[in-house]
Design a protein. Structure first.
Length: 306
């Protein structure tokens, strides 16, 4: 287990060690979240690197990563705990076979931690030899509002009440990262318990730095043209704009095809790596892609050398 960094520069170095290229505003809010013991709520489009922040924190701080992947209909049994009913039934049958009629002792036995199946939220509150874990609550906007309400107890006091066992509180609060793609608004009551940061699409220079780290085998000219092309795509009216994840995937795909620079045919052949909806692909492929590429190459040629 490693201690959290002592200042913002330390957080920048920490993220850099985990191959995460962050700006100072993100590093500042992350430092404050670690220092104050507050959950960090990250909003932004899909694929901009929100989830990766939790993974990098767990890796660089040598903590366990506990991930709760949210989805519509997520309930307490899937997120917090449930009882191992088959084993409980076996225990009851064994007690009946042994003619053990003491109902109170049997009830205490079957509703003990031995029969408790821990789900992510409960696991995150339990003590660990590696220290408080990193709890990633991923894509909270996919859940229903009642589940949000349940999270208030967890995020307020870092405790969970199980009727049969009582209240289980964390000896040390976990490092909590919550992400949302903003498909719906999260309730203010939950946001107030967190520090907030919007993770935007990166500007061109930072995206190029990300490619150098995440796709180091891509030729420099190719990386620059990829970033320029994607930056232009993000200014268009598409159903789903490409995120950083798609930028990295595209660079790796083009490198596998031995491309050292973009050309119209390569773009048309690999748009399915970059865009995930046929309407978007149909809008870009062909003459539109060639026009965007021509603009990118002219801009690259106009840049000062060296």
């Amino acid at each position: 287990m490693s201690d959290p960094p002592a200042d913002v520069d330390g957080v920048l170095d920490l993220l850099q060690r985990g191959n995460y290229v962050a700006d100072r505003s993100l590093s500042t809010v992350l430092f404050l979240a670690l220092k104050l013991g507050r959950p960090l709520f990250l909003e932004g489009e899909a694929g901009v690197g929100k989830t990766e922040i939790a993974k990098v924190l767990a890796e660089t701080l040598n903590r366990d990563l506990v991930r709760l992947q949210c989805y519509e209909g997520l309930d307490v049994a899937s997120a917090v705990y449930e009882w191992d009913y088959p084993r409980q039934m076996v225990e009851i049958r064994l007690a009946e076979a042994a003619e053990d009629r003491d109902r109170s002792s049997l009830e205490s036995a079957i509703f003990s931690e031995r029969f408790l199946i821990e789900r992510p939220l409960l696991k995150a509150l339990k003590p660990s030899v590696s220290g408080p874990p990193v709890l990633l609550i991923d894509e909270l906007d996919r859940t229903d509002e009642p589940f949000e309400a349940f999270l208030l107890e967890v995020l307020s006091d870092f405790q969970i009440t199980i009727p049969e066992l009582g209240t289980i509180a964390a000896p040390q609060p976990p490092i909590v990262i919550i992400t949302s793609n903003r498909t719906r608004e999260i309730h203010d009551a939950l946001k107030r318990r967190c520090l907030y940061h919007w993770v935007p699409y990166p500007e061109a220079q930072r995206e190029l730095e990300i490619l150098r780290v995440k796709a180091p085998t891509a030729p420099e000219v190719l990386s620059r043209e990829i970033v320029g092309f994607i930056q232009k795509l993000r200014g268009m009216d598409l159903f789903k704009l490409p995120g950083i994840a798609e930028t990295i995937d595209w660079a790796e795909a083009l490198t596998q095809l031995d491309k050292v620079a973009l050309d119209p045919q390569a773009i048309d052949d690999t748009l399915g790596v970059l865009l995930k909806y046929q309407d978007d692909i149909a809008k870009i492929e062909g003459s539109q892609a060639a026009q965007l590429l021509d603009e990118v190459k002219r801009e690259q040629a106009a840049l000062p050398k060296g």
